[in-house]
Design a protein around this ligand. Sequence first.
Ligand code: SF4
Ligand code: SF4
Length: 143
Amino acid sequence: MKAVTYSLHRRFVGLVDFISFCYRLLCSVRTGCANSRVGLHFIGKARRLLLVHYRKDYVRRQLSERQGACRQCGICCNLLFTCPMLTNEGRCLAYGTCRPQACKVFPVDQRDVEEVRLAGGQCGYCFKEQEQEQEQRQELGGG
Ligand code: SF4
Ligand code: SF4
């Protein structure tokens, strides 16, 4: 009886250790994604993909408020990885044929503009109100 109890106890401790390990691993991955540029661009790509397919109204509204114009800098074709459709001359081989919807609507919001900035570029588009809100939040956070 004692041996059975001991065995059960060891299994329980093992299970708790395993759950605790998984939790710590998940936390590390989450923090890593939030702090690394790779994680940020990965989240950005996934977010845009979901937005163009499942939040079409949001995308439409955002595009109607977007200001500026594309500077053809190609930075958005180099986020996370260089798109294989991008030529050395900076042209898109999929343009006019099978260019993904997420590319057609880039940038969808100020977060995308910020993503370009973090990649060292400056997108020609902006979302004035969102930009101001973001600046205010940063000021409040800093103050
Ligand atoms: S498909 Fe064209 S627009 Fe989209 S990332 Fe590739 S090169 Fe850029
Ligand atoms: S980052 Fe902005 S300005 Fe540059 S190519 Fe993409 S949409 Fe155009």
